[in-house]
Design a protein around this ligand. Structure first.
Ligand code: ATP
Length: 280
């Protein structure tokens, strides 16, 4: 099966500045790919080129087998988009807004079920412009998926969500994946990438610097563990490939419990920060 998204040698310049510089990226059908990177790295530019909303200067882009620069309405029916910023100023209620977008598709999702899935049942009769930031974002998601897209683009979908809403949203995204939806997601929340993504790609200054599963990013799976504890001499920290042995020796030496004992491995955030050069 050909990939849902295939990007080769993508370049986008704004004047002399290359916001996206020879990016290669592939998203397999049915996969969730999280595109990570600091502010201004080129995520939205890359995603919006794939959505057909921005032009490119060089490179080959295929999305569902079609070049988005020349894609037609039929292609757009298969693609769901949640942009980074939206905002409804109209007087329509939440339900009316979703119903309006549903009417643009041949086989839309059922509206009440969708409002329930995104947690907006109670706000169904509220005017969209009166929603809180997090509720507005849920409405954006509802609109993005109302047409049952094969491929869904989510640009920072959970910005402004409270932790509970974020977890509900993750459940929803997992359900879409179970239904076979391919998803390209950008996020600044590393735990979101870890919870949802089959694969993560890290972009820095317009270039992809890493592309792998969350568990193996930046050699995370081979990284040493850190054993920390506190005793009468103060805090200790040992970096080791044999943490079980270190803890056993510690236990024997202390003849009991070590105070504040932890064994940790680098988190996705730790390796991400290293990859983007934020730490040494
Ligand atoms: P963020 O995490 O802040 O959303 P991003 O990774 O999505 O960032 P982009 O929005 O793709 O980054 O922007 C990449 C770079 O291109 C930034 O330096 C930005 O200032 C610049 N840029 C984006 N759009 C334009 C534009 N229309 N004109 C000029 N420069 C732009």
């Amino acid at each position: 099966m050909s990939p849902a998204i295939s990007v080769r040698g993508l370049r986008k310049q704004y004047g002399a500045f290359a916001a996206v510089d020879r990016v290669d990226l592939e998203v397999e059908t049915g996969e969730i790919l999280a595109l990570l990177g600091p502010n201004g790295a080129g995520k939205t530019t890359t995603v919006e080129i794939c959505e057909g909303y921005r032009t490119r200067d060089a490179g080959d882009v295929r999305v569902l087998g079609v070049d988005p620069a020349t894609a037609d309405r039929e292609w757009r029916e298969h693609v769901g988009v949640v942009l980074q910023t939206s905002g409804f100023t109209e007087e329509l209620t939440v339900r009316e807004t979703v119903a309006h977008f549903a009417s643009l598709y041949e086989r839309p999702r059922e509206i009440d079920g969708l409002l329930d899935a995104v947690g907006l049942t109670e706000q169904a009769g509220v005017r969209a412009r009166k929603l809180s930031g997090g509720q507005q974002r849920r409405l954006d998601v509802a609109i993005g998926v109302v047409g049952r897209p094969e491929l869904l683009f989510l640009d920072e979908p959970t910005t402004g969500f409270d932790p509970e809403a974020r977890r509900h949203f993750w459940d929803l995204i997992r359900r879409f994946r179970e239904d076979g939806t391919t998803i390209l997601l950008t996020t600044h929340y590393l735990e979101e990438a870890e919870a949802l993504a089959d694969r993560v790609a890290v972009i820095v200054r317009g270039r992809i610097v890493a592309d792998s599963t969350p568990a193996t990013l930046g050699g995370r799976d081979h990284a040493s563990a850190i054993v920390r504890w506190v005793d009468h001499e103060g805090a200790h920290e040992v970096r080791t490939d044999t943490p079980t042995q270190v803890v056993a020796e510690l236990s024997a030496r202390l003849g009991g419990e070590a105070s504040e004992l932890t064994v940790s491995r680098p988190t996705l955030e730790d390796v991400y920060l290293q990859l983007i050069g934020a730490t040494s």
